[in-house]
Design a protein around this ligand. Structure first.
Ligand code: IVH
Length: 671
């Protein structure tokens, strides 16, 4: 039999190792029963030899007596907070700022970590032994919660490994795992006890228990994310390397921490992590991004309370609860009557939203929506806000149902819903002012005739004053008439007049698109222009010959044919031509379509070209530009910020070009 002192020490080492394996590494090395036997043996020996009991013994995690209050402790180095950002653009600005301050063009090495939503804690070790655990408090002064922190199995009482500094400060986040939170509440409910509000409150409340015995029964864990104070002769030069050391010394470090290079990789990390947010066993309230290199961190320094070298990315919530105040019906270019919910303004997806589309009457029925209802509104990216759900439990007694109008709210004509169609339309065509205004807005838009200065306000006035009743009338307007409009100075009137005149020469594809034929978007218009090469040739075409055009199926062919059957549409085209509109046919076909039958995808941001230009140039070479990557895709052009599509391209083995290579290829093919 060994000396009791030696046996006690052996048991403590063993128990510490098994604890570390179980609570830090999540890979138990022995059974619970074996562990309990070791633990009981240590307890018994310590009972026989009380003089051998030290505060680092695993039996002492729970030992401390309740205190009356927590003494306050000053942090030798303040516990900082983080600046935050909510969009990719702001992340890019952060990166630009860092590179400017560091005076480098090179990609920066960043450490990326989940921002665990718990309670910030500082641990202090001397000679490898835990001396203090403190809350963040106001950043300068916190509370001494050492007795409570000692009860967390993921906090080492003694450091493992070797070569730790004599004094060590470690920072991290104490949290309650979601699964443990749920189990705790189930048990509390069963016992008729108070439930915890959420995991974060659970962690904060548990750490601030005056009786450490209560904390010990709460399922808390800690992830360490940094070292507080670094000696001058510290051999480690980067954040990620310091975390690896912390792990060797027995601390729990988040396994999702990554070192990445350049802001695009940061954005990839952020999106990947946020996408699997729901699968994690802890709540996160964002992602923390830190410049990895310590020398660079020092050079960047600290701005009052927040370091310049780090930032928290916290995307704005994409869904929010608000109330429907009323429903308006808007009439679009094709006469489609769209219900739009007027909302109590709400901040969602980074902007204040006060309207959301309800699409059509089927959608209103599907949502079972009434005016006055509480609704969840969603807005992600640049997508228009949508009502996604009604909270029927919050329906007020005076909520009233939504009547879909049977007359156009603008012109009073009948509103009809064609058989098998979901959309209801105002039957008046060019005589409905709403359809006319939207039709003219489309005609003047950038992808169509591109008439600068001809926006909704001006067009509405032109229509209301009956100065214009179709697009051809625009070319009859003189400067005097234009300068008679509200808020139209002489100079603007001249500019607008010149812009209208200047739009007479436009490529045929744009003119076809500008006509606003249903189902004919920019790509179809370009294909029609290449095939028919003039407006008269297009309007003479029957449905069969229309279908010879790539991308034109029976539905599109019927829409085109029906458009040109109507006298008023033919008259419009004739008047446009008579007014001097001279569509330019595309350069001689076939001769140069080296990308014919190819499918290309554009993703990420391009610096020297707009998306539209890139698409137009590809289409001019015969390629089809599509929105998603599949095995049929021939090539992907990926700029910075490319995400899922780039991943898809790799998965399908599709060649990927960056912007420089893409430009080179274009020039080569266009030559
Ligand atoms: S670093 C100098 N890393 O977020 C940077 N903080 O606003 C100091 N947090 O109170 C913090 N996970 O409690 C950092 N991986 C992480 C974090 C993290 C959560 C919390 C921390 C702090 C707050 C910063």
């Amino acid at each position: 039999m060994r000396e009791p002192a030696a046996e006690i020490e052996r048991l403590r080492d063993l128990i510490d190792s098994h604890n570390h394996a179980y609570h830090v590494l999540d890979s138990p090395t022995i059974s619970d029963a074996e562990f309990d036997a070791l633990f009981d043996r240590l307890l018994a020996l310590e009972a026989e030899h009380p003089e051998q009991v030290t505060s680092e013994s695993p039996t002492q995690r729970i030992g401390a007596a309740p205190s009356e209050r927590f003494p306050s402790v000053r942090h030798p180095l303040p516990m900082l907070s983080l600046g935050k950002c909510t969009t990719h653009d702001e992340l890019r600005e952060f990166d630009v700022r860092i590179r400017r301050l560091l005076d480098t063009e090179d990609d920066i090495a960043y450490a990326c970590e989940p921002k665990v939503d718990g309670v910030a804690v500082r641990l202090y070790y001397e000679s490898g032994r835990l001396q203090l655990g403190a809350t963040r408090g106001d950043g300068e002064t916190g509370e001494d919660i050492t007795a409570n922190v000692r009860t967390l199995e993921s906090v080492p009482l003694r450091l493992r490994g070797r070569d730790w500094p004599e004094r060590l400060e470690v920072r991290g986040e104490v949290y309650m795992p979601r699964s443990a939170f749920a189990a705790f509440n189930t048990a509390a409910r069963g016992a008729g006890e108070r439930e915890l509000v959420n995991p974060r409150n659970g962690a904060a409340g548990s750490l601030r228990q005056l009786d450490p015995g209560v904390t010990a029964r709460r399922p808390l864990k800690m992830y360490c994310y940094g070292i507080g104070r670094i000696d001058a002769d510290w051999p480690i030069t980067s954040h990620v390397a310091s975390l690896e050391l912390l792990a060797e010394w027995g601390f729990r470090v988040n396994p999702l921490t990554r070192a990445v290079t350049g802001v695009d990789a940061v954005i990839d990390y952020v999106e990947t992590l946020l996408a699997k947010r729901g699968d994690l066993d802890y709540d996160i309230d964002g992602v923390v991004i830190k410049v990895d290199d310590f020398t660079a961190q020092d050079a960047l320094g600290v701005l009052t309370r927040t370091p310049r070298y780090a930032i928290a990315f916290k995307p704005a919530a994409e869904e929010a609860l608000t109330r429907v105040l009323g429903v308006d019906f808007q009439v679009g270019r094709t006469g489609a009557v769209t219900p739009v919910a007027r909302l109590e303004p709400v901040f969602v997806g980074g902007v204040t939203v006060s309207n959301a589309t309800l699409h059509n009457s089927d959608e209103i029925a599907r949502l079972d929506l009434r005016v006055g209802d509480a609704v969840w509104v969603r807005r992600a990216g640049d997508v228009i806000p949508q009502v996604v759900r009604v909270d029927h439990e919050q329906r007020p007694a005076d909520a009233h149902s939504i009547e879909f109008p049977d007359r156009c709210p603008v012109c009073g004509a009948d509103v009809l819903r064609g058989e098998g169609e979901v959309v209801a339309r105002c039957v008046a065509r060019r005589t409905c002012p709403a359809q006319l205004v939207h039709g003219l807005m489309h005609f003047a838009s950038r992808g169509a005739m591109d008439i600068h200065g001809l926006g909704e306000k001006v067009i509405t006035q032109l229509v209301e004053r009956e100065l214009v009743s179709d697009a051809a009338d625009l070319y009859e307007l003189d400067v005097d008439t234009l300068s008679g409009l509200e808020r139209m100075a002489e100079k603007s009137a001249r500019n607008l007049h010149a812009a209208i005149a200047g739009s007479k020469q436009r490529p045929l594809a744009r003119v076809i698109y500008a006509l606003g034929i249903r189902e004919v978007g920019e790509a179809t218009a370009a294909a029609l222009a290449r095939h028919f090469r003039s407006l008269p040739a297009l309007w003479e075409a029957d449905e069969d010959s229309l279908q010879e055009v790539r991308d034109v199926g029976p539905v599109v062919a019927r829409e085109i044919a029906e458009f040109f059957v109507q006298d008023e549409n033919r008259a419009l085209v004739e008047r446009l031509l008579a007014a001097g509109v001279e569509p330019e046919p595309p350069p001689a076909e076939a001769a140069h379509a080296p990308l014919a039958e190819q499918s290309w995808v554009l993703t990420g941001t391009l610096e020297t070209l707009t998306r539209k230009e890139a698409k137009a140039r590809l289409e001019a070479l015969g390629a089809r530009v599509s929105a998603s990557v599949s095995a049929q895709t021939d090539c992907v052009v990926a700029g910075p910020g490319a995400g899922q599509k780039l991943t898809d391209a790799r998965r399908h083995d599709v060649p990927v070009l960056d912007e420089a290579a893409f430009l080179a290829r274009l020039e080569e093919l266009e030559a």
